[in-house]
Design a protein around this ligand. Structure first.
Ligand code: AMP
Length: 229
């Protein structure tokens, strides 16, 4: 009997803002013992700390534009270079353009890219109702995932906030940036044989079980380094 495939370990969740990548990546990475790397979370933490990186990134994030590649690549390279990332990682929000995708290939070749498929008309409602805990990063939604006590994080009681870039002016820019710069990665990863799609309709638990199946199926044959030459 052939043994079951080893699960994919170097994974990217790709999709527009508001598709639920962050919520799913946090949950599944915890379950699998993988590192969850959200460049958006790391950049927001840098802004909150007031570090040099945070000061350089702040204006771009508020406006909904991409932060310059070299800044983002430096944090991804550093985080994936740490020993715990060897067990596996799920990237969420990175790569966001072709230059980032090509750079990533150079230091952490992927095994699986999951495209989150969502009706674009749902995105604005998802983003405008989103609230986050500024302390632990847990994501809520006023209708779809309300906290137990209105306005407070279930985990630590901190007052929930709206991300500045979830306001309508920035949302419009983010969706345009996604269409122009990030969506072309779908073809890029399809050509490499790494792309699988997941339908994000349904409850978060239903989406999570679809994702578990994709990850358990392991890296695709066409994604092996030999076949990619
Ligand atoms: P996210 O939490 O992934 O929606 O990211 C929030 C914001 O952080 C984005 O709108 C960008 O301004 C910035 N950002 C996050 N990831 C990247 C990335 N890979 N490249 C450039 N900017 C990024």
């Amino acid at each position: 009997m052939t043994p079951p495939p080893a699960p994919a370990r170097r994974i990217v969740f790709l999709g527009p803002p508001g598709a639920g990548k962050g919520t799913q990546a946090a949950e599944l990475a915890r379950e699998l013992g993988f590192v969850h790397l959200s460049t958006g979370d790391l950049l927001r933490a840098a802004v909150a700390e007031g570090s040099d990186l945070g000061r350089a990134a702040d204006g771009h994030i508020r406006a909904g534009r991409l932060v310059p590649d070299e800044l983002v690549l430096a944090i991804v390279r550093e985080r994936l270079g740490r020993p715990d990332a060897r067990a596996g990682f799920i990237l969420d929000g990175f790569p966001r353009n072709l230059a980032q995708a090509r750079a990533l290939e150079g230091f952490a070749p992927l095994e699986l890219v999951v495209a989150f498929e969502i009706d674009p008309r749902q995105l604005v409602a998802r983003l405008s109702g989103r609230r986050i805990c500024p302390n632990c990063g847990t994501v809520y939604h006023l209708d779809a995932r309300p906290p137990r006590v209105a306005g407070r994080c279930d985990r630590d009681g901190t007052e929930l906030v709206q991300r500045p870039d979830d306001r309508p002016e920035a949302v419009e820019v983010r969706l345009r940036v996604y269409a122009e710069q990030t969506a072309p990665l779908l073809d890029y990863y399809r050509d490499l044989g790494l792309l699988r799609a997941v339908d994000v309709a349904g409850t978060p638990a239903e989406v999570a079980s679809r994702l578990r199946r994709l990850i358990a199926a392991g890296p695709t044959a066409a994604g092996s380094p030999a076949e990619r030459l």
